[in-house]
Design a protein around this ligand. Structure first.
Ligand SMILES: C[S@@+](CC[C@H](N)C(=O)[O-])C[C@H]1O[C@@H](n2cnc3c(N)ncnc32)[C@H](O)[C@@H]1O
Ligand code: SF4
Length: 367
């Protein structure tokens, strides 16, 4: 097994469960935060003594909403990471934060503990869009969070935005993009709203209480995003990711390059390379079950060489840089090439602009 250089830590707590979100995230479980951090510490100690780890290149606290943890709890976790693992010089340590729980005390605890990249869940600025998304934050809170983060010394900030929300106009999206650009982040992720089965928004749509946004309209939102962000000096390096040069997410790149990632915490996935294939496993999803579990793991699967190669292609084709072609996929790649979705340059296959925009089709063709 190759050694792990990337560590993901899942924090499942949120103040409110947003209507669109089907992440493994829960509101109203704050009473479990302390025992959950105890369990995470046990898992990290177990992982460090059971699996091969090299110096970590990236550590990522994702969720849920890691910023909901108190300064004491997150400090304990950050210290534990450094006692169980060594981090390479300049390692990227990211934390997902909600503007509502980004305050001076927490920002100081994150900085002291070595967090050097914040990803802020802004989602939007206009009231109507935020109301449809059931967000409890507003534009002013997002702006305040950015100001506080800068004052605390954060030099690598990313903002999450969502577009193609029912009732959102192209004009208000344009204004949202401008307000995001005015905050001068180093990185932006813009996601097309997906109506995920089982969410509140999906049920509203099923009942006919919410209009769906059709693919042509979604594309117009994406087009606005691409032109506004490009003119502002950002480059799109992945389907939903834009950055200033040098500020691409190194942790996310490890997923797109199918590098070994150890995932700790409830529902977290780990990926290890095994010869020409791979192995994936995932932890028990519910926080309470995770806390009381001895082994943490729910299940796993082996990926044979072809399945592992298909995933490398599929994930690599999410990035503008593309991926080395895989033997045995000549037919699929040729089909994508003749549809204008990818191009090959030597041994590298990479998506065209159309292939980036229609990434779902690329993924379907490869898998
Ligand atoms: C785990 S959240 C991290 C931020 C934090 N929990 C918050 O919301 O403030 C990851 C991101 O995924 C995006 N996301 C989640 N569900 C989505 C959906 N159904 N459609 C589009 N984007 C979604 C949101 O932009 C969100 O910020
Ligand atoms: S979008 Fe973020 S805050 Fe909202 S429920 Fe999902 S993880 Fe929690």
């Amino acid at each position: 097994m190759h050694s792990f250089r990337h560590l993901y830590i899942h924090i499942p707590f949120c103040r409110h469960k947003c209507g669109y979100c089907d992440f493994n995230a829960y509101a109203g479980l704050d009473g479990l935060m302390a025992p959950y951090v105890d369990a995470l510490e046990r898992e990290l100690a177990f992982a460090a003594s059971s699996y091969p780890f090299g110096e970590l290149r990236t550590v990522y606290f994702g969720g849920g909403t890691p910023s909901t943890l108190s300064p004491e709890l997150i400090s304990r976790l950050l210290t534990r990471v450094r006692t169980e693992f060594s981090l390479e010089a300049g390692a990227e340590v990211s934390l997902e934060a909600n503007p509502a729980s980004t305050d001076v005390e927490r920002l100081e605890a994150w900085r002291r503990g070595g967090v050097n990249r914040l990803s802020l869940g802004v989602q939007g600025f206009d009231r109507r869009t935020l109301a449809v998304l059931e967000r409890r934050t507003d534009g002013a809170m997002a702006e305040q969070a950015v100001r506080l983060a800068r004052a605390a010394g954060f030099r690598n900030l990313s903002l999450d935005l969502i577009y193609a929300v029912p009732y959102q106009s192209l004009e208000s999206w344009q204004q949202t993009l401008q307000r995001a650009i005015d905050l001068a982040p180093e990185h932006l992720s813009a996601y097309c709203l997906t109506l995920e089965e089982g969410t509140q928004l999906f049920r509203q749509w099923q009942r006919g209480d919410l209009p769906a946004v059709d693919p042509d309209e979604q594309w117009m939102f994406l087009e606005k995003c691409q032109s506004a962000l490009t003119s502002a000096g950002f480059h799109r390096y992945e389907v939903s990711s834009w950055s200033r040069p040098g500020f691409e997410s190194r942790h996310n790149r490890s997923y797109w390059q199918c590098r070994p990632v150890y995932g700790a915490g409830c529902g977290a996935h780990s990926y290890a390379r095994l010869g020409a294939g791979a192995r994936r496993w995932w932890n028990v999803a519910r926080p309470q079950s995770y806390i009381s579990s001895d082994t943490f793991i729910e299940a796993g699967e082996e990926l044979g060489p072809r399945k592992a190669a298909a995933e490398r292609l599929m994930l690599g084709l999410r990035t503008v840089a593309g991926v080395r072609t895989e033997p045995g996929f000549e037919v699929e790649i040729e089909r994508l090439r003749s549809a204008g979705l990818v191009e090959t340059v030597g041994r590298v296959v990479r998506p065209t602009r159309r292939g980036l925009d229609l990434n779902n089709q690329v993924a379907l063709a490869v898998l």
